[in-house]
Design a protein around this ligand. Structure first.
Ligand code: XMP
Length: 513
């Protein structure tokens, strides 16, 4: 990311949609950064931002300890847009009045907008917005004009044209706000004067150039999993320094059917990379023998991964840089510290520093997942890799309940391949965000031909989700479920029952272990 890029700052007040605001801004071709509301004025001034957005948040502005920002922000001469709590805080700090209502205004709401205002330029006079608030702005501060209303909200939007301060009680970043993207665009382009210089093609070119400068003649080591993030990171580095990059791909024997070969083919043949494939199936399966506790399995796999990398790096000699596929949500999740929900960190591929490298290379540090995918396509990575669903580091080990044997791995790989084939054939592979089979460790009685069977049960799991922190079970058409069921029973030995998991997350998790 070049220093001269137009930049927007999003201050996080703990709202559940803060990351979504950032994604929407990026979708409008404007680069933005998400930081804690406690970011100092000095740091904000140094950032040379074109505009600042205050996110929503769960508090009330009058609550003791409610998050605030530095008042000096309002004297910087930079346009500010407050969203929900952010708008209330702006009203409160600038001398308006915020009130608590008896009833929460929640859900899709009709809104009347003043189209002569900057924010609603070219928008409809009446539209639908997404509301989620109890407090409301009773009186806009001096200098502000009310620019939108709903039946229950006297100040659904306000603006101070002179100072370029704006507030919206609703959430423009949420899809349910019909013209939300237009309002955000109006803020970015008409209030902040952005031109939209954040393009994936220029990101790719600039990053390759920067990597070349940073790496020079040195050597880079990358743990390639075949997942989207590590693949895009590796290809970027490869385009920058070619064979100075060595990728290590560990096949722990718990991958999906044919996955190891596919990854190898793409990176060795299409990209002509220095790729070391470590076939460590036996090593992992031996250590996992007889282990059925899920945490224990994860621990063993994590430890073994590190050992394999240590062994490989010793063979390679001194390593200057380690390349990792860290992406922006990983950075902000451990960074802003405002959000209530904290994602458990289970990154198996993370390598310890004692592996002995000089520095880290994280070319995707500023990208969201959808931007990583765009960069991947820009770099010519095949679509099936770019659109790949997430796959846990410990692989099929957490989808085989109980102990793991090579036979069970094989059974699950076959069943999983059938589910994936049928999802692709039904065109569900992009709309359903994650789908897989689980070997449940349950045996039950069945009848096949004239005989009684006592065999294993496969569970099908398919979810839709925005962020993998919450998820809903996917409503798969019955005929697709039926085809998968019939095929697994007919084609995979020792399976005589198929069930479909209809639990959301929470209370369940996406994986079964
Ligand atoms: P859960 O099961 O916690 O999963 O709802 C959320 C997302 O994380 C993936 N997942 C993992 N990824 N190592 C990983 O790299 C793990 O140990 C692991 N466990 C779960 C899961 O596939 C889902 O996308």
């Amino acid at each position: 990311m070049k220093a001269e890029h137009e930049k927007i700052l999003i201050l996080d007040f703990g709202g559940q949609y803060s990351q979504l605001i950032a994604r929407r801004v990026r979708e409008c071709s404007v680069y933005c950064e998400l930081k804690s509301c406690r970011t100092t004025l000095q740091e904000i001034e140094k950032g040379a931002y074109r505009g600042i957005i205050f996110s929503g948040g769960p508090n009330s502005v009058y609550e003791e300890g409610a998050p605030r920002c530095d008042e000096g922000i309002f004297r910087l001469g930079i346009p500010v847009l407050g969203i929900c709590y952010g708008a209330q805080l702006m009203a409160h700090m600038l001398g308006g009045a915020v009130q608590s209502s008896e009833v929460k205004e929640y859900g899709k709401t009709e809104v009347d907008c003043m189209t002569s205002s900057v924010l609603f330029h070219n928008a409809s006079e009446q539209s639908i917005c997404w509301m989620s608030h109890t407090d409301y702005i009773e009186k806009a501060p001096y200098g502000f004009k009310v620019t939108a209303k709903t039946d229950h909200c006297p100040t659904a939007a306000m603006e101070d044209y002179q100072r370029r301060f704006f507030g919206v009680q609703f959430h423009p970043e949420v899809n349910h706000t019909k013209e939300g993207t237009l309002y955000l665009k109006n803020f970015l382009y008409n209030a902040c004067g952005c031109t939209g210089d954040w393009k994936m093609s220029s990101f790719v070119e600039d990053t390759i150039e920067e990597l070349r400068k940073k790496i020079g003649k040195k050597k880079v080591f990358c743990a390639l999993s075949g997942g989207v993030d590590s693949s895009v990171a590796a290809v970027l580095v490869h385009k920058a320094v070619g064979k100075q990059l060595t990728c290590v791909f560990v096949d722990h024997g718990l991958l999906r059917k044919d996955e190891g070969d596919t990854v190898e083919r793409v990176f060795r043949e299409q990209f002509d990379m220095n790729l070391i494939r470590v076939n460590a199936q036996e090593r992992f399966l031996t250590r996992l023998q007889g282990v059925s506790d899920p945490n224990e399995k994860r621990k063993i796999i994590g430890e073994e991964f590190i050992r394999v990398f240590e062994d490989e790096s010793k063979k390679l000699g001194a390593i200057d840089f380690l390349c990792q596929g860290t992406i922006y949500p990983d950075v902000v999740e451990s960074g802003t510290g405002e959000a209530a929900a904290i994602k458990p960190h289970h990154n198996v591929g993370a390598l310890p520093e004692n592996i002995g490298f000089e520095g880290l290379i994280e070319p995707l540090r500023y990208l969201f997942k959808d931007e990583v995918r765009k960069a991947g396509l820009e770099l010519g990575i095949p679509e099936f890799l770019v659109w790949r669903q997430p796959f846990p580091g410990p692989g099929l080990a957490v989808r085989i309940i109980g102990d793991i044997t090579p036979e069970k791995v094989h059974t699950l790989q076959e069943a999983d391949a059938i589910m994936r084939e049928e999802f692709a054939a039904a065109g569900l592979d992009k709309s359903v965000h994650q789908y897989f089979t689980v070997l449940t460790n349950v045996r039950s009685v069945g009848v096949m031909g004239d005989g009684r069977t006592y065999d294993h049960t496969i569970a099908l799991r398919a979810v839709t989700t925005d962020d993998f922190m919450t998820a809903d079970w996917a409503r798969i058409p019955y005929d697709v479920l039926e085809r998968i069921s019939v095929r697994i029973i007919n084609e995979v030995p020792h399976i005589n029952r198929i069930v479909y998991d209809i639990t959301s997350k929470p209370p369940a998790t996406i994986e079964w272990e």
